[in-house]
Design a protein around this ligand. Structure first.
Ligand SMILES: O=C1O[C@H](COP(=O)(O)O)[C@@H](O)[C@H](O)[C@H]1O
Length: 256
């Protein structure tokens, strides 16, 4: 894990989404030059969806060999598969339904109403991760993990002050009583998040400013979960100007 965290500030949501999309396409081409297969973790949330739309509409999106990317999600709302709240549905509509992915490599969480309860759903996703992992590991090596950040500092479905943020002995947790609806969710745990090579956080809006400010000022992970989001190689906050309002100037890298 590296402690180096960068903050790249963009004028608005549109330029932020476009810039992350361009970086994603370039980085994926590099990764797929180096490795046969890549693992990417998607996020729900407003900016997560906007970034996927920007990747889809980029004239360069066809330069990626989509069939060599395995997709995972950092978290999921435990609702019916066709519920508009579902992160999987949002990502499919924004990107996955429009590019030639290999459907066997799209690993969505189980959905509610399909005969599996929340606890079993968490165990099933943990097994899926383990089956795709290198020998002796519990989950794949994630090349890029996208994360959204809530106004309360939550990442994936790990909320401040809730037990799940402290769980380290499993890769996937069932979440009940989420402070943000819907109440039942599934989430990767913090050790899995911290195992990613690159964590790319995408967030915009004034309501996110204090979460990112506190995280970078050294708040505890228990109080502000995003403080614990650090990848092995790179950790980048892609933000708009409003979300950057409380970031110390010294931490802001030029973005172009
Ligand atoms: O519920 C969730 O919220 C966060 C952030 O969402 P936003 O709309 O405030 O950007 C997201 O990261 C997470 O994946 C999702 O399940």
């Amino acid at each position: 894990m590296t402690t180096d965290r960068r903050v790249l500030v963009h004028p608005d949501k549109e330029s932020l989404a476009g810039s992350v999309a361009a970086r994603f396409i370039t980085k994926m081409i590099d990764i797929l030059d180096e490795f046969e297969e890549a693992n990417v973790v998607l996020t729900g949330g407003t900016m997560g969806e906007k970034v996927l739309e920007a990747i889809r509409t980029s004239p360069a999106s066809h330069t990626i060999d989509w069939s060599r990317i395995t997709f995972w999600w950092g978290d999921e709302r435990f609702v019916a598969r066709d519920d508009a709240d579902r992160n999987e549905l949002q990502a499919r509509r924004a990107l996955l339904d429009h590019v030639p992915v290999d459907e066997s490599k799209v690993h969505a969480y189980p959905a509610a109403g399909e005969g599996v309860d929340l606890d079993e759903a968490a165990r099933m996703y943990a097994r899926e991760l383990a089956e795709a992992a290198p020998e002796g590991k519990e989950y794949p090596r994630f090349n890029i993990m996208f994360l959204g950040v809530g106004p309360d500092g939550h990442i994936a479905s790990l909320f401040p002050g809730h037990d799940e943020i402290r769980i380290t002995d499993t890769s996937v947790v069932p979440v009940r009583n989420s402070p943000k609806p819907p109440p039942e969710r599934l989430s990767l745990t913090l050790p899995v998040i911290q195992s990613a090579d690159r964590i790319w956080m995408v967030l915009a809006g004034a309501d996110k400013a204090s979460a990112i400010g506190l995280a970078l000022a050294g708040a505890s992970v228990d109080e502000v979960p995003v403080a614990g989001a650090q990848g092995r190689k790179r950790t980048v906050f892609f933000v708009d100007q409003e979300a950057a309002a409380e970031v110390p100037a010294a931490l802001i890298a030029p973005s172009y």
